[in-house]
Design a protein around this ligand. Structure first.
Ligand SMILES: [Zn+2]
Length: 380
C-alpha cells in the first residue's frame, strides 16, 4: 500500500511522511479510526515507507524490492498480527496460520472491516481473537534480527481483541522493545486497550472520510453515476468499506438493507424525522409487492436483533453491512418491545394488502415504532 492509494487524509499523510524524514519516528504508534476510515491502509503505507530504500518526498518509490514485497504483504520484516477464529479449526492458533487468507482479503479490499475478515475465515458466527499463542509467537519473531531492512515492524490489527495475558506480553515488549523494532497498532476501539499500553504509544487519529472524498472516489474509480455516489456517500457516514459493499451488492439486497437502516434511524432519532416524508414518498412509489417484501425483511431483521440481544448470535445470518449496523442497533430491541414491533409490521403488511394508503401506513408505523424504540426498559 502506498500513500497515494489512500483516499483523502492528505494532511495526515504529509505529517507521517515528514516525521519519518526528520527521524522523529516513535517506536510505537496507534492508528485509531472507525471502520472504513483507512486506518489499516494508512499503517500499511507507513510500514512500506519506512522499509522503502528509495524514499520519495511524498511517498514510497513503489519499485524497490522492499516496496514490491510490502505491496504483496510478503516483506520478511513486516510481521502481521490480527484476530483469528480458533474454535472451528483447533490446529490454527496464530495469525500466520491464516496469513494467506488475510493477504487475499486485504489485497482485495484494504478498507475491509472486522466482519468481512470474520466471514472470510468461517461461515459460522464466531468471535475472533488475538490468541495467547500469538503473544508468544510475537515475542519469538521480534527477538530475531531483521532480515532485509533497518527496522522490523509488527503491525497489529485490532489489538483490542487481545486477551489480558496477550496484552500483558505485548506491554512487556513495548516497555523493553527489542532493537530496531517498530510497533504499528491499528485499532477501531482504543478504549478497549489497557491504559498502560495506551500510555506507551504515540496516537495517530484517522478521522472518518468526508462525504466528498467518498463521492469522488466512487465517481472516479468505480464508475458510479454522480447521483448514486452522493446518495451512497451520505448513507455510509464516512465508512468506505460500507460504500464498497453497497456498490457490490445486488439492487435487491441494497433496497432492503438501506431502507431498513434509514427507517430505523428515523424512527429512533426524532431529530432525523425532517427527512422522513421524502423517504415515505419514495417507498410508497414502489409496487405493493415490493413494499410487503420490504416489511417482511424488516420483521426478519428485528428478529435477528432480538437474538443478538439475547446473546443467541450463532443463529444470526447476515451480510457484513447488516452486521455492522445491527451490532449497535440490537441494543434497542429487547423482550419488552420486540413482539409489539413485529405486530406493528405485521398489521402494516395486512393494511397494504387491503389497498390501504401506503403513505399513511408507513407514517403510522414510524410513529408507533419510534415509541417502541424509545421506551424505557423496566429494570429487572
Ligand atoms: Zn521503495
Amino acid at each position: 500500500m502506498f500513500f497515494k492509494d489512500i483516499i483523502g487524509h492528505s494532511e495526515l499523510k504529509n505529517k507521517l511522511i515528514h516525521n519519518v524524514n526528520i527521524g522523529r519516528l516513535s517506536h510505537a504508534q496507534l492508528f485509531s479510526g472507525l471502520e472504513g476510515s483507512g486506518n489499516l491502509a494508512m499503517a500499511m503505507a507507513m510500514a512500506t515507507y519506512i522499509h522503502c530504500t528509495n524514499k520519495q518526498e511524498n511517498d514510497s518509490c513503489g519499485t524497490c524490492a522492499a516496496c514490491i514485497k510490502n505491496k504483496k504483504l510478503v516483506h520478511p520484516d513486516l510481521h502481521l498480527s490480527f484476530p483469528i477464529v480458533t474454535k472451528s479449526s483447533p490446529t490454527k492458533k496464530v495469525s500466520d496460520d491464516y496469513i494467506q487468507e488475510f493477504r487475499k482479503e486485504y489485497l482485495n479490499n484494504p478498507y475491509m472491516g472486522y466482519f468481512n475478515w470474520l466471514t472470510s475465515m468461517t461461515n459460522e458466527v464466531k468471535n475472533a481473537l488475538i490468541t495467547t499463542e500469538e503473544g508468544s509467537e510475537i515475542i519469538k519473531k521480534l527477538s530475531l534480527k531483521t532480515y532485509e531492512s533497518e527496522y522490523k515492524i509488527l503491525l497489529m490489527w485490532f489489538p483490542e481483541k487481545m486477551n489480558v495475558q496477550t496484552a500483558n506480553k505485548l506491554l512487556k515488549i513495548l516497555e523493553e522493545p527489542p532493537e530496531k523494532t517498530l510497533f504499528l497498532l491499528v485499532s477501531e476501539y482504543p478504549e478497549g486497550l489497557l491504559p498502560t499500553i495506551i500510555s506507551r504509544v504515540q496516537k495517530v487519529h484517522i478521522p472518518v472520510l468526508t462525504n466528498k472524498d467518498i463521492e469522488q472516489e466512487l465517481i472516479s474509480n468505480y464508475n458510479v453515476p454522480e447521483e448514486n455516489a452522493i446518495f451512497i456517500a451520505n448513507f455510509c457516514e464516512g465508512n468506505f468499506n460500507l460504500a464498497l459493499e453497497i456498490i457490490n451488492n445486488s439492487e435487491e439486497e441494497n433496497f432492503n438493507l438501506i431502507n431498513f437502516q434509514e427507517w430505523m434511524r428515523f424512527s429512533f432519532n426524532r431529530s432525523k424525522q425532517v427527512a422522513l416524508m421524502p423517504w415515505i414518498e419514495k417507498l410508497a412509489s414502489f409496487s405493493r409487492e415490493k413494499q410487503k417484501e420490504f416489511l417482511s425483511y424488516c420483521m426478519q431483521a428485528i428478529r435477528k436483533n432480538l437474538l443478538r440481544t439475547l446473546s443467541i448470535e450463532s443463529m444470526v445470518r447476515e451480510m457484513p453491512a447488516e452486521t455492522s449496523f445491527n451490532i449497535k442497533f440490537h441494543n434497542f430491541i429487547h423482550a419488552y418491545n420486540c413482539g409489539n414491533i413485529l405486530a406493528i409490521l405485521d398489521k402494516a403488511v395486512l393494511d397494504i394488502d387491503r389497498n390501504g394508503n401506503s403513505k399513511m401506513i408507513f407514517l403510522d408505523c414510524t410513529l408507533q415504532i419510534s415509541h417502541q424504540l424509545n421506551m424505557k426498559v423496566p429494570i429487572a
